[in-house]
Design a protein around this ligand. Structure first.
Ligand code: CP3
Length: 342
């Protein structure tokens, strides 16, 4: 499908562009009234994720409503553990819960992985095909997966956690088993993302949402090698790696065979540039959008100036559900009004 707006892709590939492209992590969802209306009419989150026509519909909502430069396929990183054999529930107002978690070698051996596991996710590939058709080249569609460490953390912990100390304990007490599990997740994620590319996504983003709770040594040992394997296995589309909180590992992130590094708000553009030559994505504090419209405009403009090019404008993490929609619009419109030429 020929893209009418390919600004995201040109930027990700390092080309000189007229302005930064803009989209928001978690743009599909609870900030939009039309999402909440559709979601409220269904049995739950999973019905939305697993019904391709509905997933396509909510994927396109933010493109229609906010005129962002990219769509991101509506899904969740937790479809991977489910495909491998650990089903999840999305508990209202609480978040994900795995009734069964990984506790032993037997549990790891029992998981399916690689292409066999990825084949379980036909509903995602179908949703991508429908979305690409319906977008008709308006903007590129982003595909995504969780990084192996973040998926591992949910598989061991069974839910969200402030510390993920159960998952970290597993790394310290069972390093060999940890590698075994991380490798199975990696093989599945590679097959899954390759299938997403074959289904029509134009860029792939890897979310390592819990990278920041690792020490530099744990990150180097249990996170980085698997992200590297995935990035190296994706061909044909640009790859973004977003390792939230991994400011301590910028030099390692530079060594990944990927195009774009996502930054959270804890890393300044100036500091990041000292370690990384790739394109950046980010990194306005999502809470900045609670300020006045004028403040949002100034902060968005300053961010673009501070990165000074080779930059995809975004927040430093997903947009929070109670963010005023008008300020989301101010953020997007401000970026779109800017020009590197002037
Ligand atoms: O970005 C997008 O708009 C596309 C959709 C998307 C969702 N989840 C939909 C979703 C993406 C890219 C994700 C990724 C995801 N899921 C991550 C990595 C990104 C990050 O935020 O760090 C993680 C850690 C998860 C796991 C997850 N899913 C949690 C912890 C929760 C509950 C908390 C929350 O944010 O609501 C979810 C649920 C979820 N995933 C919702 C949405 C729209 C809310 C479900 C609802 O409608 O109630």
């Amino acid at each position: 499908m020929k893209l009418k707006n390919d600004l995201l892709i040109r930027t990700a590939l390092g080309e000189d562009v007229e302005r930064p492209p803009v989209w928001l992590m978690r743009q599909a969802g609870r900030i939009l009234p039309q999402y909440r209306a559709l979601r409220g009419s269904l049995s739950g989150f999973k019905e939305l994720v697993e019904t391709p026509a509905l997933a396509a519909e909510v994927t396109i909502q933010p493109v229609d409503e906010l005129d962002v430069d990219a769509a991101i396929i509506f899904s969740d990183i937790l479809v991977i553990p489910e495909a491998m054999g650990l089903t999840y529930e999305m508990v209202e107002k609480k978040g994900p819960l795995f009734p069964k978690t990984i506790e032993s070698e037997k549990d790891i051996v029992a998981l399916i992985s690689g292409a066999d596991a990825a084949a379980e996710l036909k509903y995602v590939y179908d949703a991508i095909q429908i979305t690409v058709k319906e977008l008709d080249g308006r903007v590129p569609l982003i595909g995504f997966a969780g990084a192996p460490w973040t998926i591992f953390a949910y598989m061991i912990e069974g839910s969200g956690s402030k510390t993920f100390s159960k998952a970290k304990r597993f790394l310290y007490q069972h390093p060999e088993l940890s590698h075994q599990l991380l490798q199975k997740i990696t093989a599945t994620t590679i097959a899954y993302l390759q299938q997403k590319v074959a289904s029509g996504v134009s860029l792939v983003q890897i979310f390592d949402s819990w990278a920041g709770i690792l020490t530099p040594t744990l990150f180097r040992t249990f996170a980085l090698p698997y992200i590297k394997q995935i990035a190296a296995a994706i061909t044909g589309v640009p790859v973004t790696v977003f390792a939230k909180g991994a400011w301590f590992a910028l030099a390692e992130l530079e060594s990944i065979d990927c195009n774009v590094i996502g930054l959270d708000w804890g890393t300044s553009p100036d500091y990041a540039r000292k370690h990384i030559t790739k394109v950046f994505q980010g990194n306005l504090d999502p809470c900045q959008l609670y300020g006045t419209a004028k403040e949002v405009e100034l902060a968005a403009t300053k961010m673009v100036q501070d990165f000074g090019g080779k930059h995809i404008a975004n927040l430093g993490h997903g947009v929070y559900p109670d963010t005023p929609l008008d300020n989301v619009r101010v953020f997007v419109d401000t970026i779109k009004s800017l020009s590197y030429a002037s």
